[in-house]
Design a protein around this ligand. Structure first.
Ligand code: NAD
Length: 253
């Protein structure tokens, strides 16, 4: 199995891409620490992993809350003694053109999508330095490179994730920690359902997304989970600070 003996912490693993990745990592032999702010959703992911014969533990934490994050990392280490893989996946959407975004909404998107990665990494990295190994996967988006309408706050955070990833990689290469970024295109998850539901014409919006894909359709969470599996495993040992695009060939951004 590709993640035999590895321990993986996945944030926001109660839904969508995080959940699918948790299920795949467990299938590939990892012990999975399933984090989510949503207790019901996170426990459901763990129940599904256990039902399929895997090993997992749910730890509820809001990735923007420092004491939650500290407790989560402590609890993970007490249970599994190490963290080999950190998937900074938790994120929220932000909608709107810049001058119409409320300051509170702007700050909220930055808080979850950037401060969350900062905080969880801050508490996990010292343990990876001690063990002189680790793979960190930061969730960016193809929007970091391709302009999309109405997504100013979200795009700003995902571009920042890419810069942060490269900088982290340079800083921690000497500690044998790899840091890479995932850049998915539009993947059909509750996150996308939510922002489509806020669109004045959801059917037209989904058709417009599909028309930008060379493959003609949205991606599925498993498409991203396979990429995360590669970055988590030692197979990707030569990938360092890389932006990894899984976007169905998005064009006309
Ligand atoms: P999702 O909404 O299905 O799942 C996100 C999960 O994160 C939810 O379970 C939610 O409860 C959790 N979460 C939110 N805020 C949290 C917090 N503060 N602390 C802990 N958990 C929190 O979303 P998804 O589509 O699976 O997206 C996952 C990641 O992938 C996000 O970072 C998103 O920006 C990114 N992404 C998604 C797409 C897409 O098209 N779906 C494309 C590119 C990037």
């Amino acid at each position: 199995m590709r993640l035999d003996k590895k321990v993986a912490l996945i944030t926001g693993a109660g839904s969508g891409i995080g959940k699918e990745t948790a299920l795949l990592f467990a299938k590939e032999g990892a012990k999975v620490i399933v984090n989510d702010v949503n207790e019901v959703a996170g426990k459901q992911t763990v129940a599904e992993i256990i039902q399929h014969g895997g090993e997992a533990l749910f730890i509820q934490a809001n990735v923007t809350n420092e004491s939650d994050v500290k407790k989560m990392v402590d609890e993970a280490l007490i249970s599994y003694e190490k963290i080999d893989v950190l998937f900074n996946n938790a994120g929220i959407s932000g909608i709107g053109v810049l001058h119409e975004i409320d300051l509170e909404d702007w700050k909220n998107v930055i808080n979850v999508n950037i401060n969350g990665i900062f905080l969880v990494s801050k508490y996990v990295i010292p343990h990876m330095i001690k063990q002189q190994s680790g793979s960190i996967i930061n969730m960016s988006s193809c929007i970091a490179e391709i302009g999309l309408a109405n997504r100013a706050s979200y795009a700003a955070t995902k571009g920042a994730v890419l810069s942060l990833t490269k900088s982290m990689q340079v800083d921690y290469a000497k500690d044998k920690i790899r840091v890479n970024a995932l850049m998915p295109g539009t993947i059909f998850t509750p996150f996308v359902e939510d922002y489509l539901s806020k669109d004045a014409n959801p059917d037209a919006a989904i058709q417009s997304i599909k028309s930008r894909q060379l493959g003609g359709d949205l991606g599925k969470p498993i498409d991203v989970a396979y990429a995360a599996l590669y970055l988590a495993s030692d197979e990707s040992k030569f990938m360092m600070g890389s932006p990894f695009m899984i976007d169905g060939g998005v064009v006309n951004g």
